[in-house]
Design a protein around this ligand. Structure first.
Ligand SMILES: [Zn+2]
Length: 432
């Protein structure tokens, strides 16, 4: 792989401090950041490529810990409806018509959007995951994939487990480690405890984490109480789910006791404020979770319920909602919010150390933003710009594992025109 030298005006290190470093350089070799520091002299031929960015900012790539990429095909197909009605009347019938190739092109549409917005890694839960894996490998993005499992129908449930095992054996650690696989029991209301026991035993045997939807709506909590006498998080705890590594999406409706359980059992949470607001599900208690010591990361959910995959927008929403909800602007400072979309995301997906930061020996997953724009000037605090002023369109360059996926806003690994053509054509058939 070529040695690439990046010389931006500003480097934001990420991690705990989000230090702003001026006029330094980053050297990338074999997918790894091998040097960050003062600009040095090089002999001719030592570097394959120099990327200059006087008015640019380089930061860690954004990590989206919960989405359903191929649902990009259903963007704006069904809006302004409650979750269950939205699923039962519109989404599930359209999903019945999905074919493998639709999933591939839908995922490509989502990946194109994600790269354009500075997302370098995402966690996906859907079906026909072989085709999702193919799209990830071709596009160069990093991903953690889970086959969505539905256990209420025993035939579908068994088939799903079989597909999950084959997904793990075919794709886990593929793309030189860019892909990892999780098991994806959809939710407590679609996967009863007996089925979850089967899922857990596979997770233990094959040493893979679980990705589940949890406590998303008030109705889910009510039905869970009626059926099992326990709230969703309590139910999952009682059957031993949290003895495994778990990524739980949403976690909106929680009792004090459930917040304590999630923190104590070290469950990794994907906070999805945009989707929760749009579906009218509610507002997750982000600050109470963080105060209890829970691990919270950030996700967009699918583009059918968001309706975009813009992590900078999600970041702003998470920060503003918490401040407004608590009537206190100090609850989540910009640097803390940025951790949700970077380091916390890497931990939530159980990825290699260093991901989500720009440090020597970390994988070279980074993005560059153009600061030569009115809304990003002056430069009093670049971290505040990222949370409160920047948008997806400011991302100029994206690199994953040392490979350039976008430069000067041009996608380098994806034929975008073809993706738009195929996605539109297929979306029309699916929703006709
Ligand atoms: Zn979801």
């Amino acid at each position: 792989m070529p040695k690439i030298l990046i010389r931006p005006g500003f480097i934001l290190s990420g991690g705990d401090n989000w230090e702003v470093i001026r006029d330094n350089e980053i050297l990338v070799e074999d997918g790894i950041i091998v040097y960050i520091g003062r600009r040095r002299d090089y002999v001719v031929g030592e570097i394959d490529r120099i990327i200059d960015g006087k008015n640019q900012l380089v930061m860690p790539g954004l990590i989206n810990t919960h989405t359903h990429a191929a649902m990009a095909l259903f963007r704006s197909f069904a809006d302004d409806m409650p979750l269950m009605e939205w699923l039962e009347k519109k989404i599930w019938p359209a999903e019945e018509r999905l074919k493998k190739e639709d999933i591939y092109w839908g995922t490509m549409l989502a990946i194109s959007e994600m790269i354009r917005g500075g997302t370098t890694c995402f966690a996906d839960m859907y079906f026909h995951m072989d085709d999702v894996a193919r799209a990830c490998l071709e596009s160069g993005i990093r991903a953690s994939l889970a086959q969505g499992l539905i256990g209420i129908d025993s035939e579908k449930g068994t088939a799903g487990l079989k597909q999950s095992k084959s997904l793990i054996s075919s794709w886990h650690r593929a793309g030189e480690g860019r892909l990892t696989i999780m098991l994806g029991p959809h939710a407590p209301y679609t996967c009863p405890p007996r089925y979850l026991q089967d899922v857990m035993s596979i997770a233990a045997d094959l040493k893979v984490p679980l990705h589940i939807h949890l406590a998303e709506t008030r109705d889910e909590v009510r039905e869970c109480l009626e059926k099992w006498g326990k709230r969703p998080v309590e139910l999952m705890d009682s059957i031993g789910l949290f003895a495994h590594r778990v990524l739980a999406a949403h976690c909106v409706h929680l009792s004090e006791r459930e917040i304590k359980i999630l923190a104590e059992k070290q469950v990794f949470i994907a906070h999805n404020p945009g989707s929760n607001l749009k579906l009218g599900s509610g507002i997750a208690p982000l600050m109470n979770l963080l105060a209890a010591g829970a691990h919270v990361s950030l996700g967009t959910d699918g583009a059918a319920s968001n309706n975009n995959l813009d992590m900078l927008e999600e970041l702003r929403l998470a920060a503003l909602l918490a401040k407004g909800f608590h009537e206190d602007p100090t609850v989540i400072p910009a640097r803390k919010a940025l951790q949700l979309a970077t380091t916390n995301g890497a931990q939530a997906l159980f990825l290699e150390a260093g991901l989500g930061t720009l440090t020597e020996e970390a994988p070279a997953d980074l993005i560059m933003l153009d600061l030569l724009k009115p809304h990003l000037n002056p430069h009093h605090d670049l971290c505040a710009h990222l949370v409160y002023a920047a948008s997806a369109a400011d991302v100029e360059l994206v690199m994953v594992k040392g490979k350039l996926l976008m430069e000067k806003r041009e996608l380098l690994t994806i034929d975008e025109e073809m993706v738009l053509y195929e996605a539109n054509r297929r979306a029309e058939r699916l929703t006709r």
